[in-house]
Design a binder for this molecule. Structure first.
Ligand code: SF4
Length: 400
């Protein structure tokens, strides 16, 4: 099947790159797909293959060794990564036609696994995407290397459960650049840290071995930034959520992380108004928040998702109570956040410029955290900024 809507065969030559969406169910379709790939290569030269025939990598490579990348069906992230790797400056027609928002050329999301082995009662991801399936470490690192070679300055490591990477394959040994590497978060981080880009970890479930990456953050190998969704602090609610339930231990670990890496930014998300959440549970959450002094926090009012086990729990909270608790939660956190940002005034920090006048430091993930504002700068460059002023979420300063 031809990549409908991207370019017709007569216009391949004007495209920056051609994505051929293939079909491999019946022989005739295979032939047509191979023909379309050949035509695109002849007319344009830069071709990425996706779709069902993508699983027959050898067949495609044997006939068309010059294709840039081959991805399987329903693998938009892999297509996007390949586009980023070979077309650092994507333009509107592609973003529009593909229907996916591409990140700017200087940062990219690196998906290391799909699915999740947990069964948090408010979440339906495992029922939609299944159990954890880790991508081979060599493949992930190759993609990361291609992205960095193509100009990406920051890699955002994502999955549903980043710290579980490799559990499904029993930390199998893979290979990258001829070296054996275990399919494991710590080894992945070590290797990513050698590529010369910023590496930021998202969705890190608080397993004990997360402690192993903190020294790498302290040594500057990866960004001192940890996105750990704690969700709540009341042991009773955490149990109902089917999450690890020991707030005391979490506080102790946060203290240890900060002792080992004083510059670490800890980001987390929480759910307020979970079914059965009492005033006492909520008070526990607020006192955890004050004690933990997290740098960045997101908060969601609980809302039932169709198919989630939590829907069957007794004592759902009225909307008003949920809203009020969220407000209280956010007010508490805003004061903490403002206070923490104030301590950065007078310091000179490194930022990655997203657009003239706006950049992000190690403490700021794109889209979800604050930014650093200043005059000047060019997208994609690293600059030093001296901080003059702090707001509730953003910093303001001067380029050096
Ligand atoms: S909330 Fe996260 S850890 Fe829990 S089941 Fe969903 S994806 Fe897995």
């Amino acid at each position: 099947m031809r990549a409908e809507g991207y370019e017709t065969s007569k216009q391949y030559a004007h495209a920056d790159l051609v994505i051929v969406n293939t079909c491999g169910f019946i022989d005739a379709a295979v032939e047509e797909s191979l023909g379309a790939i050949g035509e695109a290569l002849a007319e344009n030269g830069k071709v990425i293959v996706t779709g069902c025939l993508g699983v027959k990598n050898d067949l495609i490579r044997a006939k068309h060794p010059a294709v840039l990348a081959i991805t399987g069906p329903h693998d938009t992230p892999a297509v996007m990564s390949a586009v980023h790797a070979h077309l650092p400056k994507p333009h509107d027609p592609y973003t529009d036609l593909i229907g996916v928002k591409l990140t700017p050329p200087h940062y990219a999301y690196l998906k290391i696994a799909e699915g999740c082995n947990h069964r948090c009662s408010f979440c339906i991801i495992p029922s939609m995407r299944g159990d954890l399936v880790s991508r081979p470490i060599g493949e992930v690192l190759q993609e990361a290397e291609n992205l960095v070679k193509a100009g990406v300055k920051e890699l955002l490591v994502i999955s549903q459960d980043t710290s579980a990477y490799g559990v499904d394959v029993k930390y199998r040994t893979g290979f990258w650049q001829g070296r054996p590497l275990k399919t494991r978060m710590t080894q992945l981080c070590e290797s990513l840290g050698q590529l010369g880009a910023w590496v930021r970890l998202h969705y890190v479930y608080p397993y004990p071995h997360v402690d192993e990456v903190i020294p790498m953050m302290a040594e500057g190998k990866i960004l001192p930034y940890l996105d750990v969704p704690f969700q709540h602090a009341s042991p009773r609610i955490l149990k109902l959520m089917k999450r690890p339930a020991n707030a005391e231990k979490v506080l102790e670990r946060i203290r240890d992380w900060r002792a080992a890496c004083p510059d670490i930014t800890i980001r987390s998300t929480f759910i307020v108004g979970f079914p059965g959440e009492t005033e006492e549970d909520f008070a526990q959450l607020l006192s955890f928040l004050k004690e933990a002094q997290l740098d960045r926090v997101g908060c969601f009012e609980y809302s039932p998702v169709e198919g989630a086990a939590a829907n069957a729990l007794p004592d759902p909270l009225p909307h008003e109570v949920k809203r009020h608790r969220k407000e209280q939660f956010m007010k508490t956190q805003e004061a903490i956040s403002a206070n923490k940002l104030k301590r950065k005034v007078g310091r000179t920090i490194k930022v990655l410029v997203d657009e003239p006048g706006v950049g992000r430091s190690s403490a700021d993930a794109p889209e979800i955290d604050g930014v650093v504002r200043f005059k000047g700068g060019k997208a994609g460059e690293f600059r030093d900024v001296t901080v003059d002023r702090a707001g509730e979420h953003d910093l303001y300063g001067r380029l050096q």
